[in-house]
Structures are given as C-alpha cells and as structure tokens.
Design a protein around this ligand. Structure first.
Ligand SMILES: *Cc1c(COP(=O)(O)O)cnc(C)c1O
Length: 398
C-alpha cells in the first residue's frame, strides 16, 4: 500500500483526535527518520522529547530484545529485577527516595495528585485540600491531570474538573502566595513549561516557592516529564536551581520510546502519604518497561549524553538567535539546553509543514512557537543542517 492509501485508511479508522502531518513514518536511524516512501528527515522533535538516545541505538534495542525473550510481564504482586534496578538508578539520578512506575506522564501526574491529597488528609483528616498549579501549564489528558492543566481550551467540554484546583502565573510569586490557604496541600508546576510555550522557571521564583512550601508544610511537586532526563543539561531541570522538590514526575525520555512514567518522592513524604492499597497499576514498572528505563539511564552515562547536551545547546542557541536577528517576525528565543522555542508573530504551522516537505521534522508549542526538542545525541553539524533548512522556510515569509 502507498503512503497516501495508508493515510486515507487511518482517517477512516482512527478516532480523529489529531490533525496529523501527512506522512507515515517507517523507520529511524540516529537523528534521522524515514517515511514509507523512503524519504529522509532530520528529526528535531524526537517523538516529543522522547527519543533522547536517537533511533536504532543498538545497546538499547538489544537490552529490550533480551528482556522480551526472558519475561515481559508479571504484575506488581511479584518483585522483578529490572524494576528494582530501574528504581535504584532513578533514585541515584534524582536524589528522590521512593519511586512508583506508571505507563505514561499523565498517570505520573495522577499519582502526584493522589500523593498530595493523601498527605493533606493524613494531616487533618479533611477532604477539602487545594492544589495550586499554573496557567498555560500542561500535565496530561486524564481527568485529574487535565484538571491541573491551565488551559481552558482543553477542559471546556469535559467539565466538571476535579475540585479545589487553583491557577497562578508562572514566575509570578505573588500570584501563587495570594492563593495559599490552610487547605493548600501542594504547588505543582513544570520546571520548564513545555506545551505552554517553553517558559523556564526563574531561579528566584522556584526558590521562593520552596521556602513558602517549607514554611506552610506544602508539597512542592515538579513536573519533569518533558524537561527532565538530561534535556536541559542536568538529569532533571530542577537540579540547576539549588532546590529539591518533595514529589516529582518523569516520563517521555525516561524510557526512550517504551511507554513509561514514574512519580518519585522523598522518604518523608512517602511515610506520610500513599500506603498499601492506596494506588496501583497492572503494567506500571513491568519487566520490559523497567528494562528500558534501566538501560536508558546506563546509556546516558556511557554515551556522555549530558556532556553532549551542554556542548551542543549553546551552539543551537546561538544559531537560533541568528534567526531572531534575521527575521522580523521571529520575536525571540526561549528555552534551556535542548528544549528551545522560537516565538513568532505569525502562526507557525505553515512553516512547520514547509520544513517537513524539505526533510526537517519540527513541532509547535501553541500556535506561534516553533519548538526544538531533538534527540540529545545531536551534533553541531545536525544543528547546521537544521538551520539551513529552517532558514529557507523562514525566508518564504519575509
Ligand atoms: C507530555 C507531558 C505530560 C503527559 O504525558 P503523557 O505521557 O502524554 O501522558 C505531562 N506533563 C508534561 C510536562 C508533558 O510534557
């Protein structure tokens, strides 16, 4: 079947919840994707900040193949070695004490919300605790995660949301403090907002929130699903700020393509929140998923991924800044490490479509931001290759 025929069939059979780009991706190699027709694309999306190690990483693939032949699933009623090893490694890179494995980011957020509510409940026995989160945030699509997502467009048709969620503004400490009451059990935000437009938390903001949380016994919960796992040049983005969250979430690059997530917490919170019977999952942390996490963390070290991010990111920033200087309709660049956005005064989807035609995969973050979240193994020459194509696309709108 041709690519076009597959697309027509997909549009008949799949529930239409995505306006997809008109391409069927077939295989990947390193930082390149190939469609069904054999056309090659430079990938600066990595499956939305997922495929950090690039496609067809042999050591990763072999670890998965070995685990498939050994044991794929057992349920959480038994221990399994990959999950035990993955948890040990996550603790080491995050400094957290307890790990719960999920199958996705949104489920990691559900776990964090339940942790916060139980923490509040154990303190005063009440059921009216509040969570403060941010406008323009994105935490996922399940009902709890959607309820803490500060985007009315995603929520409108699905009301009522879960209750007692309040929205403040990222990097506006007063807007957060104003919402705090004696019912507040947690403050939740992305260390670097992703879908909402690549907004990094400012150091002063995050430090003052940490202090507020300490004073009022509120949990600081950081969503590192997109910005974590090395993307900003440290294993987790919060590690740059001199603060530590009480609860954090991870997913996306955590399994580099195998659907996984996790929420983690300090021992103090673990002792005062979820206990046996409070939470569960059939698949979470199954041997196959955990083997992926375990290998990903090993490969980050063996392949010096953080060093590469810290080498290539300043180069990417400089090259993107050249685009800001060159094109009037590109207003500014925002981001940290290999999580960058170009802010445009015109809708970016036509630009992204044009780039795709020219063999470059890009994605938006909102209607007017081009997002750059490439595999973390890209080199300067890939940045040059990307910029050369992007430049010709932007030139069409001059
Ligand atoms: C992608 C994302 C989620 C949701 O993760 P899924 O795996 O799609 O459920 C939550 N928070 C942030 C910051 C994300 O980028």
């Amino acid at each position: 079947m041709s690519m076009q025929e597959y697309i027509e069939e997909a549009e008949k059979d799949l529930l239409h919840t995505y306006n997809r780009y008109q391409v069927v991706m077939d295989k990947g190699d390193g930082v390149y994707l190939y469609d069904l027709g054999g056309k090659k694309y430079l990938d600066f999306v990595a499956g939305i900040a997922v495929f950090a190690l690039g496609y067809h990483n042999e050591a990763y693939n072999n670890a998965l193949k070995d685990q498939i032949d050994k044991l794929i699933h057992t349920s959480n009623y038994y221990y399994n070695v990959p999950a035990i090893e993955a948890a040990r490694k996550i603790k080491k890179i995050s400094g957290m004490d307890r790990v719960f494995f999920t199958n996705s980011g949104t489920e990691a957020i559900e776990g964090a919300i339940k942790t916060a509510r139980k923490y509040g409940f154990l303190k005063d026995g009440k059921n009216d605790h509040e969570i403060i989160t941010m406008n323009h945030s994105f935490h996922g699509r399940s009902m709890g995660a959607l309820s803490v997502t500060g985007n009315p467009k995603y929520q409108e048709a699905f009301a009522p949301m879960i209750g007692n969620i309040k929205f403040a503004d990222m990097n506006d400490y007063d807007s957060v403090e104003k919402l705090v009451t004696d019912k507040t059990c947690a403050i939740l935000f992305e260390t670097v907002q992703g879908e909402g437009g690549i907004y990094p938390a400012e150091t002063e903001f995050i430090q003052k929130i940490r202090k507020l949380c300490d004073e009022k016994d509120i949990l600081l919960m950081l969503d590192e699903i997109q910005c974590g796992m090395g993307r900003t040049g440290t294993m987790f983005a919060w590690q740059k700020y001199g603060v530590k969250p009480d609860v954090m979430t991870s997913a996306k690059a955590l399994g580099c393509g195998v659907p996984v997530g996790a929420f983690m917490m300090t021992e103090r919170v673990a002792q005062k929140s979820l206990e046996a019977g409070d939470h569960g999952t059939t698949y979470g942390g199954n041997p196959l998923a955990a083997a992926a996490i375990s290998k990903v963390i090993d490969l980050f070290e063996e392949e010096h991924v953080l060093e590469n991010v810290n080498t290539v990111a300043p180069y990417l920033e400089a090259k993107l800044d050249e685009m800001v200087a060159k094109y009037d309709f590109i207003e500014t660049r925002r981001g940290v490490g290999l999580m960058q956005g170009l802010v445009s005064t015109i809708p970016v989807n036509p630009i992204i479509n044009r780039a795709l035609e020219k063999g470059l995969v890009l994605i938006n973050a909102g209607s007017n931001i081009i997002r750059f979240v490439p595999p973390l193994i890209i080199k300067k020459e890939h940045v040059d290759e990307m910029i050369a194509i992007l430049d010709t696309c932007l030139a069409e709108y001059k």
